[in-house]
Design a protein around this ligand. Structure first.
Ligand SMILES: NC(=O)c1ccc[n+]([C@@H]2O[C@H](COP(=O)([O-])OP(=O)(O)OC[C@H]3O[C@@H](n4cnc5c(N)ncnc54)[C@H](O)[C@@H]3O)[C@@H](O)[C@H]2O)c1
Length: 354
């Protein structure tokens, strides 16, 4: 097998632009690190803020060529699509209200899109984007990243292989505590607390979208009917911070769905249990390498990334050797040192190099 199938196919890495992920942002650095991990992308440009000066500062700190440092997303798309070595794809990780325009403009210029969730703030916009993707035949990839975990892929593969029998019950919860403290001060004008920017329901867009996606990804079922209560727990808050629903799936299975960002002390507990006629599966994001399979009338089994019984769908997306959990490559990253003094920019500027 080739070390880099993209270079094998194209003779080069894919050229990627990133939009969002400026200084202090949450997800931006993770997108950039993930794009580099398999060495299939070269990040060549980006826009990091709606303020051109801030964006250019970040772009220059990230080391992009000076003729690829732009003032706006429109300028970036325009100039990149007229270069011979222009970008192949763009990864969008900006506040939710910009996903639609930034994706649409890219597709109109023939650029493939990787967009963070939620896709858009309205159903109409999502449908228009879907139509555009169908018309152009371009790639539109929505990063519901939890479906990338090896054990989530294993769960899906086990359901597809019939190891659980007919699915009868699904329980999914996504419980966080980051917005539980009513005295916590958020930045003035924080976009997530503005329904026009963050979307009509904060908790549903932020984490409900992941819970729904995970359920559908593993089971392959569609939610047909819901009975739900969506609302606000923390006093004096304008946006939703919890949602609970009873679900009915298209095969008659029943489910429960519980999402909140107001559970004091909880960190990032995304958890799912799927039960069929022959057994149940349980997975929890905070311990991602453990998938528990409880077959009817037999001892419980713990499945692990690339461990015994790994199915091809899971093996294909695992970069780990069995027993080396998800933290292994990140721990190694810590030991890659800062450049030595003789190579630092200020020293080079003073021509004090050896
Ligand atoms: N997949 C996940 O697990 C996950 C996790 C967190 C966030 N997200 C999604 O990522 C997106 C960003 O979330 P975040 O928490 O990183 O937000 P954030 O506020 O921490 O960061 C947003 C970044 O976008 C930049 N920005 C704002 N407006 C811009 C514009 N018009 N053009 C270019 N850049 C602009 C800001 O300067 C900032 O750097 C949201 O859509 C969110 O739902 C996904």
């Amino acid at each position: 097998m080739s070390l880099n199938p993209v270079i094998d196919m194209l003779g080069r890495r894919l050229r990627l632009a990133v939009i969002g992920g400026g200084t202090g942002s949450f997800i931006g650095a993770m997108h950039r690190q993930s794009a580099r991990r398999d060495d299939r992308y070269q990040i060549v440009t980006g826009i990091f803020s709606s303020d051109p000066a801030k964006s250019k500062k970040d772009a220059s700190e990230l080391g992009f060529e000076s003729d690829r440092i732009y003032s706006s997303v429109k300028e970036l798309y325009e100039k990149e699509s007229s270069r011979k070595d222009g970008i192949d794809a763009v990864a969008i990780m900006t506040p939710n209200d910009s996903h639609f325009d930034y994706s649409m403009w890219a597709l109109e210029r023939g650029i493939d899109v990787i967009c963070d969730k939620p896709m858009t703030n309205t159903l109409e916009e999502a449908e228009a984007l879907h139509k555009k993707v169908q018309e152009t035949g371009l790639v539109f990839c929505l990063t519901h990243n939890y479906t990338g975990y090896p054990m989530v892929r294993q769960a899906k593969a086990m359901v597809e292989a019939g190891e659980l029998g007919t699915i009868r019950l699904v329980q999914v919860e996504y419980v966080q505590g980051g917005k539980a403290d009513e005295n916590k001060v958020f930045p003035a004008g924080y976009w997530k607390f503005d329904p026009a920017r963050g979307g009509p329901s904060l908790v549903m867009g932020d984490i409900g979208s992941h819970a729904h996606n995970l359920t559908r990804f593993i089971t392959g079922l569609e939610v047909d009917e819901v009975s739900a209560e969506i609302g606000t727990i923390v006093p004096n808050r304008r946006v939703h911070d919890f949602g609970g629903a009873m679900l009915r799936f298209n095969n008659g299975a029943r489910g429960s769905f519980w999402v909140t960002q107001a559970a004091a002390g909880v960190e990032n507990c995304l958890r799912i249990r799927v039960s069929g006629t022959k057994g149940s599966l349980e997975w929890m994001q905070e311990i991602p390498q453990a998938l528990t399979f409880k077959p009817l009338g037999a001892p419980s089994e713990n499945r692990t990334p690339n461990g015994p019984g790994t199915l091809p769908l899971s093996a294909r997306c695992t970069r780990l050797v069995a027993g080396h959990p998800e933290g292994f490559p990140m721990a190694l990253q810590i030991f890659i040192p800062m450049p030595p003094k003789r190579l630092r920019r200020d020293v080079l500027a003073n021509k004090q190099t050896r």
